[in-house]
Write a protein that binds this ligand. Structure first.
Ligand SMILES: [Zn+2]
Length: 552
């Protein structure tokens, strides 16, 4: 019987030299300095073009009339017409690109519904749980706005030069006519977002009457000159997004409805006419939105389309989103991020969304795998730095080290609270490992590895141990490093990659309770089973019969 000591903490003295000599890798993946040089003149060329274009934009109303921004084209063109026109153009020229670049997994579900809503010129609401990219979709609508939109210079509510609604601008156009100065807004300037909270007031959203303004200017209180505009008028001729709509007080919802429907509103009892031009979009949690009494009926009636968002349907889709959002390309060390690590991280979120100990109504945000991924890489980076390794390769132990990025994103039910977020988090990681392990090793013969532990072998694999040192220890386990094939790893690969893959197998066996592991990360034999002969091969037909008779 072989009893190997835990070697994880032994200093071998060779690890640093191995690390230094073997890996002459570029500083960071994805950098290709060679193509920077020919690109340079193009950037200058483009900026000259842009500068020229900006300089040629009409600066007065007279110039505007004679330009492509003619009265005929712009006078009656509302924001929703603009969104529709630009969407139609995009649908026509679309090759294989998505309508909303960067929105993953919604091509067949959410995106067609949004397209329909925009073609219908609807105000719409996105209903979905947290972390389903609702805000991201709403922000992507700005890509459907014109690159430059003219307005009357100095107007607080960005008046249409051909049809100003504020009195200041009407008077200015009457006085200056063709000489009225014109400025331009970019798409980003035309997007306003507000998180609804119960303390949002009419003053915040629509405006207030400013008595001091009235007294100074000698105006009547209800005069337009005395209004201090709120967010909605200041978003005029743009997109206004309200997140978590049901949190808005009933009175404010009424104000919102009046602006959308009638173009007028009462502020402190004074009727104020504000025929604003807005595309109003909303987001909400479906449970809140459908709860009776949370949304006033006339407002609900005015929201043309209700569109349900969802979490990624497949692990691969989740991986693409996480890869896009997480900060993985860091300066410094070269990194290799194994696919099985990505799958484990993603499956933590999938497992959490199914788990009874976690609140279904609040959901499990896609930000969980994103933050977890960032922490996993950081832990691997920390190990590489302290061991002077040139290649960063995350391991499963780094996933456990990322618990702080996981637990905070779980809303626990009573049972979960009793067990504690840490416990629940570890269980989810373990379930994610087991499933991912099965994807690669179902049917593989790992008996030799299990036997090594059953015969008394033990190995410690702390998350800080250098790869060269860990690999030497792992090679003591007969058969282990030959089994890395399904993970695409051979013995030619770097020690960092081999260690990560070998540790994944051990963690997989541990997740399936084939071998044991304690809190010091010492892998050893599994719990002694009541029937030791269970490991022996016996007739498969016998198994269900035996299990049925067990009572524990
Ligand atoms: Zn104005």
């Amino acid at each position: 019987m072989l009893q190997l000591p835990a070697k994880g903490l032994e200093a071998t003295g060779t690890s640093t030299s191995v690390g230094r000599n073997s890996f002459e890798l570029p500083e960071a993946e994805g950098r290709q300095p060679a193509i920077r040089v020919p690109r340079f003149p193009r950037i200058i060329h483009e900026s000259i073009l842009l500068w020229g274009f900006l300089m040629s934009l009409p600066r007065t109303l007279g110039e505007l009339r004679r330009s492509e921004f003619s009265e005929e084209r712009l006078r009656n063109r509302r924001v929703k017409d603009e969104l529709r026109d630009n969407l139609i153009a995009r649908l026509r020229q679309r090759d294989d690109e998505s309508i909303f670049p960067g929105i993953v997994g919604y091509d067949d579900t959410v995106v067609p519904q949004i397209v329909n809503a925009l073609l219908s010129r609807h105000n719409f609401i996105l209903l979905g749980l947290r972390g389903q990219a609702k805000s991201r979709i709403l922000r992507a609508l700005t890509t459907l706005l014109d690159s430059h939109m003219p307005y009357i210079t100095g107007c607080e509510i960005r008046d249409n030069p051909y049809a100003p609604i504020c009195r200041r601008c009407r008077e200015e156009v009457a006085r200056l006519d063709d000489a009225t100065p014109i400025s331009y807004l970019s798409p980003a300037d035309r997007y306003v977002e507000k998180l609804a909270t119960p303390d949002v007031t009419i003053a915040d959203l629509i405006g207030d009457i400013d008595p001091i303004k009235a007294a100074r200017g000698g105006h009547e209180l209800a005069s337009e000159f005395t209004v201090h505009y709120g967010l909605l008028p200041r978003a005029n001729r743009g997109i206004f997004a309200i997140n978590e709509l049901p949190d808005l007080a009933g009175k404010i919802q009424v104000g919102l409805f009046n602006i959308m429907q009638e173009g007028d509103v009462q502020i402190k009892g004074y009727p104020i006419r504000l025929p604003l031009d807005l595309a109003i979009v909303f987001s909400a949690n479906p449970e809140d939105y459908t709860a009776r009494g949370k949304i006033i009926t006339p407002l609900k009636d005015r929201i043309g389309s209700e569109i349900r968002t969802h979490y990624p349907a497949t692990v691969d889709e989740g991986i693409s989103i996480t890869a896009q959002e997480a900060w993985t390309r860091r300066n410094g060390h070269a990194m290799h991020l194994p696919v099985y690590i990505q799958q484990v991280i993603e499956r933590i979120a999938f497992a959490a969304r199914e788990d009874k100990k976690i609140d279904k109504r609040s959901g499990v945000s896609q930000r969980l795998p994103i933050s977890a991924m960032e922490n996993v890489i950081s832990n691997a980076e920390r190990r590489a730095l302290s061991n002077d390794e040139k290649l960063v390769v995350p391991r499963i132990s780094d996933v456990y080290a990322a618990l702080p990025a996981i637990t905070g994103k779980l809303e626990l039910e009573y049972e979960g609270e009793m067990k504690g977020a840490d416990f629940v988090g570890r269980e989810l990681i373990r379930a994610a490992i087991a499933k991912t392990y099965d994807e690669y090793f179902t049917g593989a013969n790992v008996q030799q590895i299990v036997q090594w532990f059953d015969l008394g072998g033990e190995i410690q694999l702390s998350d800080s141990v250098a790869a060269s040192e860990a690999l030497e220890n792992l090679k003591e386990i007969q058969g282990l490093t030959d089994k890395l094939g399904p993970l695409g790893i051979s013995q030619k690969e770097s020690p960092e990659q081999q260690v990560s893959a070998a540790e994944f197998i051990l963690e997989g066996l541990h997740a399936h309770k084939r071998i044991g592991r304690n809190e010091e990360r010492v892998f050893k034999a599994g719990e002694k089973k009541p029937e030791p002969q269970r490991e022996k091969a016996f007739d498969a037909d016998e198994r269900p019969f035996r299990q049925r008779r067990q009572f524990n």
